[in-house]
Design a protein around this ligand. Structure first.
Ligand code: AMP
Ligand code: MG
Length: 343
C-alpha cells in the first residue's frame, strides 16, 4: 500500500509524533529540564518536566502509568479489564479510569456510527495485534465468527457498575494511551510541576507553557518515511495531540501489508484512503478515541464529523500525499506534500 512505500520493517509501535524540545537548558531551577523514559503498554514513553518539582512529578507520572498499565491490560489475569471480559455478562465494579474511557468511547462509537468499537478485541487478538500474539492473517469465517458479538450497544453502565454481553471482550488499545497521558500529566500537576510534555508513542500531552513562555512544538511523522516529519504543530499547554497511523503497527504476509486499525464491519485492516490522522484537543482520551475512529471513517467523513461535533482540530495525511490541516491549528510545513488548509 502506498503509505508504507518507504517504511522500515520494524514491527513495534514507533513514536509517530516526536517532541521537539527547542529551548536551550537554562541554569535556573525553574527552567531546568528533567527527562525519564518508561517502557509500558508496548511503547517507549518519554516524560519531560521542568522546574524544581520535576523529579517528584516524573515519579508520580511513572507510577500512574504503571498502575494504569496493570489495570487496563486485558491479557493480565489480575487486571480490571480481564475481570470484565470474563464476567459472563455479570456486572463488575470498575475504576474511574475504565469508566471514563468507556464513557468517552461510547460517545465516539455512537457519533462515528461504530467506527470506534472496543468490542473488536477478539478480532484484534486474532491478527496478533493484542498482547504478545503472533501476527497472522485470519480467514473470513474466523473473522465473522469473532465479530458476531461485537457492538458497544451491549455495554451497560450504572455508576461504576459495568456489564457486557456474555462472551464479549473489550480492549482499550485505541484509547488507553490517551487516557494515560492525560492522567500522568494530572499527576505531575498535582506534584507541583508547571511545565511538562509527555510523548507516549503517538500520544503527546502538554502541561503549561515552556519555561520561556513559548508554545510546545511537536513534529507530525511522515507516514511514507517514518524517520522524517511532514510538519510541526505549535501547542498550548493543556493540549493533547494524538496520531493514529497505518505505519505504526503492521506486518507483511501473502505479499500484503496488514496494519492494526480494523474495519468493524469486516474485521480486516481498514482501507480508508488515509495514512494517518492527528487529533488535537484538550482531552487525551477524546483525542485518542477520535484518532482511531476518524482513521476508519476516512477523509470526507472525518471532516464531516468535525463540522458536526467540533471541539478538536485535525491533520489528515492521505495516500495520495495530501496533508489536510484544519483551521484552528498553528502548523508549519516540512516536506514534499500537497498541503490543504480547511476552515
Ligand atoms: P490507535 O493506535 O489509537 O489508533 O489504536 C489502534 C489499536 O486499537 C489497535 O492496535 C487495536 O488494538 C485497537 N483497534 C483496532 N481497530 C479498532 C477499532 N476500529 N476500534 C477500536 N479499537 C480498534
Ligand atoms: Mg486512538
Amino acid at each position: 500500500m502506498p503509505c508504507t512505500r518507504h517504511v522500515k520493517r520494524i514491527h513495534i509501535l514507533l513514536p509517530l509524533v516526536l517532541a521537539l524540545l527547542l529551548t536551550a537548558c537554562s541554569r535556573s531551577a525553574r527552567s531546568e529540564k528533567h527527562e525519564r523514559q518508561v517502557f509500558a503498554m508496548d511503547t517507549i514513553m518519554l516524560l519531560t518536566a521542568y522546574g524544581e518539582n520535576a523529579q517528584a512529578g516524573l515519579s508520580a507520572a511513572e507510577a500512574t502509568i504503571l498502575s494504569l498499565e496493570a489495570a487496563l491490560d486485558p491479557e493480565r489475569e489480575d487486571s480490571e479489564l480481564y475481570a470484565l471480559n470474563h464476567a459472563e455478562g455479570a456486572s463488575v465494579s470498575v475504576s474511574d479510569a475504565t469508566l471514563q474511557i468507556l464513557e468517552t468511547g461510547l460517545t465516539v462509537w455512537e457519533r462515528s456510527g461504530g467506527a470506534l468499537d472496543f468490542t473488536l478485541y477478539p478480532a484484534v487478538r486474532a491478527w496478533g495485534f493484542g498482547g504478545d500474539g503472533e501476527y497472522r492473517v485470519p480467514d473470513d469465517s474466523e473473522l465473522s465468527a469473532l465479530l458476531a458479538l461485537r457492538g458497544m450497544e451491549h455495554i451497560a453502565l450504572d455508576g461504576h457498575a459495568v456489564s457486557l454481553a456474555a462472551g464479549q471482550e473489550l480492549s482499550f488499545g485505541a484509547a488507553a494511551k490517551g487516557y494515560t497521558a492525560q492522567a500522568a500529566v494530572n499527576a505531575m500537576r498535582d506534584a507541583g510541576v508547571e511545565a511538562a510534555i509527555l510523548t507516549l508513542g503517538g500520544n503527546v500531552q502538554t502541561l503549561g507553557t515552556k519555561p520561556d513562555g513559548s508554545p510546545w512544538v511537536v513534529a507530525v511523522q511522515d507516514p511514507f518515511d517514518t524517520g522524517s516529519y511532514l510538519g510541526t504543530l505549535s501547542l498550548d499547554g493543556g493540549t493533547a495531540a494524538v496520531t493514529s497511523g497505518n505505519y505504526q503497527r503492521y506486518f507483511e504476509a501473502d505479499g500484503q501489508i496488514w496494519h492494526h486499525i480494523l474495519d468493524p464491519e469486516t474485521g480486516y485492516p481498514v482501507r480508508s484512503g488515509l495514512c494517518s490522522v492527528t487529533v488535537v484537543c484538550p482531552d487525551g482520551t477524546t483525542a485518542d478515541s477520535l484518532s482511531t475512529a476518524l482513521f476508519v471513517l476516512g477523509e470526507e467523513d472525518a471532516l464531516a464529523y468535525r463540522d458536526r461535533f467540533g471541539g478538536f482540530e485535525l491533520v489528515l495525511v492521505t495516500e495520495d500525499r495530501r496533508v489536510i490541516v484544519t483551521g484552528g491549528l498553528s502548523f508549519s510545513e516540512h516536506g514534499d506534500f500537497t498541503y490543504v488548509y480547511v476552515d
